[in-house]
Design a binder for this molecule. Structure first.
Ligand code: ADP
Length: 264
């Protein structure tokens, strides 16, 4: 049985590669450019949950937009299983910080609207069940709490079963408790299919709690400074020694460590 599941995994595995990827933007008022990303090399694959952390302006969202195919790199290549990314695709689903829902459609219609293949309504049912919003199916986005609206958004980005799930600070606008619940919700749906997930976050604890790998970036120019594997089983214990050690290591890489923090 274990052999069989690894066969299935091998068939569906996607490998995303960024080879020498740089991205520059022209500044509107000056005759200058912003080096949003400089020579980034990364390889990621199905089953990984990648957390991208780093100060504002280090190019985290730029990486997501490049992978989504919304913008092209200035130099270098992005490929999925060897094929170059040249534009958006349903194989790469994106979830943003603000729920992107149609206010005039019910929860159920908001979800089914995104279905690539119409008539696949049992999928909508399943998703409503997974996120526990079956009894809110006929409500409109304006009637939902922030957390509920984000759950609907999450389902919309997952409904076409993308190979790559892109999460751009999906929980940044939520209060602390809703945020922690949503971290578990996202992990639950990711653990179902174990697609490749890439999440931008400003929250180091969230990065460690959710990620199988934490990629630490720095700005000016935007670049990768560390790539840390988080080898801990889920659900993770935020106060465990290994968790705290990991937090200290990442804070040090981000220059927020303090001299004695690692010895506490
Ligand atoms: P982060 O997500 O880490 O905060 P971003 O990827 O949004 O960083 O941006 C990286 C840098 O690129 C920033 O300096 C930002 O101002 C600049 N930038 C991003 N998008 C654009 C754009 N469309 N036009 C001009 N500059 C941009």
């Amino acid at each position: 049985m274990a052999e069989r599941s690894s066969e299935i995994m091998a068939e569906n595995t996607v490998i995303l590669r960024l080879d020498n990827v740089s991205k520059s933007f022209a500044k509107v008022e000056h005759d200058e450019v912003t080096h949003a990303l400089n020579e980034v090399n990364l390889s990621m694959k199905s089953g990984e949950f990648i957390s991208l952390v780093g100060p504002s302006g280090c190019g985290k969202s730029t990486i997501l937009r490049l992978v989504a195919g919304l913008i092209p790199p200035t130099t270098g290549y992005l490929t999925v299983n060897g094929a170059q990314i040249t534009g958006p695709s349903p194989e790469r689903g994106m979830m943003f910080q603000k729920p992107t829902l149609f206010p005039w459609l019910t929860v159920e219609k908001n979800i089914s609207f995104s279905l690539k293949l119409k008539g696949n309504e049992e999928k909508v049912e399943r998703m409503l069940r997974i996120i526990g919003l079956e009894s809110f199916r006929n409500d409109y986005p304006g009637q939902l709490s922030g957390g509920m609206a984000q759950r609907v958004s999450l389902v919309r980005s997952l409904i076409n079963e993308p190979d790559i799930l892109l999460l751009d600070e999906p929980l940044g606008a939520l209060d602390a408790f809703t945020r922690m619940n949503m971290q578990d919700e996202i992990l639950k749906v990711w653990q179902e299919k174990k697609q490749l997930a890439i999440m931008v976050t400003h929250d180091v604890d969230e990065a460690i709690y959710m990620g199988t790998r934490v990629i630490v970036m720095d700005a000016h120019p935007g670049r990768v400074v560390s790539d840390i594997k988080i080898d801990q089983a889920y659900p993770r214990e935020r106060s465990s020694q290994t968790f705290v050690a990991c937090r200290n290591e990442i804070l040090n890489r981000l220059h927020f460590g303090g001299k004695n923090r690692g010895q506490q």
